[in-house]
Write a protein that binds this ligand. Structure first.
Ligand code: ACO
Length: 328
């Protein structure tokens, strides 16, 4: 009998500090009307000096563990999707593994930007389905506000910080769990969104780094064009591989980057608005945190219930994109 990776618990955490569009307008030449009409964002949560992916991941993970009833020492693996990890190394997942007391677990980070949670869930499901792990903690977390250029109005208005966590458990013959996953990439698009400095090619303080920006660079129009195509394509592909149709989806939980991108994916799938979960207005784009925060909120609100078919889809720097189809 085959094993499915079933979601047993969820949790999320965001920094308490809220930055509204109006407050942002006092920092750069922008306004609430422009930001809201182009992106659907009204506010975002911003981390302070002591808030990091680790601290946010820890809070979200403790909530997810409590919600699932799974003990940390029973975890076999800790996976953290992030591109803003606390340090170059060790991985944020190792810091988390220690702090929660997952004494018998392996730990690794997944660097797939805003698709980090989609990629991490795919890894967890594969480990569980092949019998390599039984219980896995997956976290999506980013604090992009620490590496955006706060003088660049075309990028700084988009991002917020936050973490979401889920506990997956292998269950034989289960109807519920991760049904299908697709992962895609196109590295030729690295030029459209990147943060070059700080790696080993352009180390901080080196002559090679000097002429380059140390902050996030993004060509918004190119990323927008890519995202509209990629979101729809990944959804159709994962549904086709599962031999399912869009009308069988009970809840669509897309990466929360921009309401217009979400809307174009909704139209491509021909889904009614009430089947689409949206919180980009309150959180902005929290990168790898975006989808698991939405899943956790949807659960808290009673919008997402056991047995429902959930379609999640994400895209990000790489370029990378993918989708997870889950029976909740
Ligand atoms: N406030 C006011 N005006 C602005 C702002 C701002 N915050 N930002 C840009 N503008 C101006 C521009 O300067 C431009 O002015 P101009 O015509 O005088 O030159 C005008 O507004 C239009 O700019 P566009 O870039 O064409 O605006 P657009 O409607 O395309 O929206 C946006 C820009 C919101 C960035 C859009 O392109 C987008 O959402 N792209 C996708 C970004 C994304 O999702 N990134 C996440 C990547 S995932 C990851 O891995 C992190």
């Amino acid at each position: 009998m085959s094993i499915r990776a079933r979601i047993e618990g969820v949790g999320h955490a965001v920094p308490p500090r809220i930055l509204t569009n109006d407050e942002l307008s006092t920092m750069v030449d922008t306004n609430d009307e422009w930001i809201f009409s182009r992106t659907g964002i009204r506010q975002r949560h911003i981390s302070g000096p002591d808030e990091t992916p680790f601290t946010l991941a820890l809070e979200a993970s403790q909530k997810a563990l409590a919600h699932s009833g799974v003990a940390a020492e029973d975890l076999d693996m800790v996976i953290v999707g992030t591109v803003t990890g606390d340090m170059q190394f060790p991985s944020t997942s190792c810091l988390l593994q220690d702090a929660i007391g997952a004494k018998h677990a392996g730990a690794f980070d997944v660097g797939a930007a805003c698709a980090g949670f989609i990629y991490s869930i795919a890894n967890a499901a594969a480990l569980i389905e092949t019998g390599m792990a039984k219980k896995v903690l997956v976290v999506g977390v980013d604090v992009l506000t620490k590496i955006v250029d706060w003088t660049d109005r075309s990028t700084c208005v988009l991002f917020g910080d936050g973490a979401g966590a889920v506990i997956l458990k292998g269950v034989e013959g289960s109807e519920r769990g991760v049904i299908k996953t697709v992962l895609l990439s196109d590295g030729s698009g690295a030029k459209h969104i990147h943060n070059e400095v700080g790696g080993s090619r352009y180390p901080f303080g080196s002559p090679q780094a000097a002429p380059r920006s140390q902050k996030v660079y993004m060509n918004g129009n190119e990323v927008y064009r890519f995202a509209v195509q990629a979101m729809g394509d990944a959804c159709m592909k994962v549904l086709a591989e599962a031999k399912m149709t869009p009308d069988e989806v009970d809840l669509f939980v897309p990466h929360q980057a921009n309401i217009r991108i979400i809307e174009s994916a909704r139209e491509r799938l021909n889904l009614p608005s009430e089947k689409v979960f949206v919180n980009v207005d309150r959180f902005g784009n929290t990168s790898a945190g975006s989808i698991p925060i939405a899943l956790s909120e949807a659960t808290e609100m009673g919008v997402l219930k056991p047995g429902m078919t959930v379609l999640t889809v994400g895209f990000g720097a790489g370029l990378v994109w993918g989708a997870n189809l889950i029976r909740w």
